[in-house]
Design a protein around this ligand. Structure first.
Ligand code: AMP
Length: 363
């Protein structure tokens, strides 16, 4: 089967690595030079909305998917008129706008922090009045890794927030004093079969995911799965979906955001699960049966941001499985990760600590 992917970064690369054993061939539509997915497939070096590029992608593909959520919805729809594209364009529409996303959570009875749409300074002042402080002002579209966000602690911050980020369309969200951030990866096949990975506990620094650890038998697994299942069904989804939650510490989860694609907080599944999030995404998109999402044993994922240990260093570390993406180092750039595996949680912690000690304390 020939698979087309919009985007040619590390997620595309890992999708292809998971699909190759099934005899799949990959074409990436990606304008960047030195795209790291080009090592494992054919690259069409054109913009994501370039008509000739899209025609070539469709001609070379039996089915199309994507590896980033900012694919313009009209581009996904234009592909849909010619080839099957999964996940459906509706998933992009919902995930690209934080206000539509959180409104969808509410419709589906997925708990969410109080929020309001804001498009002017007077609307911001009014929203602070209803939602209260502290609150976070976020751009509705195109925000990632904490970009386009401003924490409003006191009324004196309102003007500053607006002049720093505005004018734009925003969502104002009540600040959540969460205990943990967790994510649930769910996958749905073309026939509606669903499977869920164990929820992962996520540690961020400076707005970027650093460490993700799946928890077997987490008390909030059932709630996270229920919420993720509602989204999968509402979107008539096909593929892997990432759903990030705030754990309030009192048994309640609040939905934060979805990613209509494979997700960084599921990278441990390559060695840590019987079937990885990448393989399951490719199985779903290709119309195959889903694989087993259960854990092989204790594991965690450590991201390499800006810089990475050398292959030689990593090769000497027991239980450390490197994934270096072949990208050139740059500040705040994800250039690789490692899955750490162990026989028990104490050994896992020790191995994670040893790996983290090789990384810079700040970016
Ligand atoms: P986001 O881009 O919405 O995932 O936000 C990036 C990070 O900011 C999250 O992973 C949280 O650590 C933090 N954050 C976002 N929204 C809130 C909120 N409403 N309350 C508290 N922390 C938040």
């Amino acid at each position: 089967m020939n698979v087309g992917i919009l985007g040619g970064g590390q997620l595309g690369r890992m999708l292809a690595l998971a699909g190759l054993p099934f005899g799949m061939h990959f074409t990436f539509l990606e304008p960047a030079d030195a795209a790291c997915a080009a090592d494992v497939g054919h690259q069409i070096k054109r913009a994501y909305d370039d008509p000739d590029g899209l025609t070539e992608l469709c001609e070379l593909s039996d089915v199309v998917t994507y590896e980033f959520e900012n694919v313009p919805v009209h581009v996904a729809q234009s592909i849909q008129a010619r080839r099957s594209i999964f996940p459906p364009p509706e998933a992009l529409r919902v995930a690209q706008d934080r206000f539509i996303e959180k409104s969808t959570f509410k419709e589906l009875d997925i708990d969410v922090t109080p929020f309001a749409a804001v498009s002017s300074l007077p609307e911001l002042t009014a929203a602070v009045g209803t939602i209260g402080l502290p609150a976070i002002l976020k751009t509705r579209r195109m925000g990632y890794d904490g970009k386009g966000q401003f924490m409003i602690r006191t009324a004196a911050d309102i003007d500053n927030a607006w002049s720093t980020l505005g004018p734009n369309d925003f969502i104002l969200e009540a600040f959540v004093p969460f205990k943990r951030e967790i994510s649930c990866l769910g996958v749905r096949s073309r026939t509606g079969e669903m499977a869920f990975y164990p929820v992962a506990e996520n540690q961020h620094r400076a707005g970027i995911l650093r460490i993700s650890t799946p928890r077997a038998n987490d008390p909030l697994q059932a709630q996270a799965e229920t919420f993720t299942q509602r989204m999968l069904e509402r979107l008539d989804y096909v593929g892997t979906l990432g759903f990030e939650f705030f754990d309030l510490g009192d048994g309640r989860l609040l939905g934060n955001e979805i990613a209509p694609r494979v997700h960084n907080s599921g990278h441990w599944s390559i060695e840590g699960s019987r079937c990885s999030q990448f393989e399951n995404h490719m199985r779903a998109v290709a119309g195959l049966k889903l694989g087993d999402t259960s854990l092989r044993g204790p594991c965690a994922m450590v991201n390499f941001i800006s810089t990475a240990p050398s292959a030689a260093e990593l090769s000497g570390m027991p239980g450390v499985h490197p994934h270096l993406y072949g990208k050139s180092p740059r500040p705040r750039r994800k250039i690789g990760h490692a899955t750490v595996t162990a026989n028990d949680s104490a050994m896992l912690q020790q191995r994670v600590d040893r790996l983290v000690a090789l990384l810079p304390k700040q970016d």
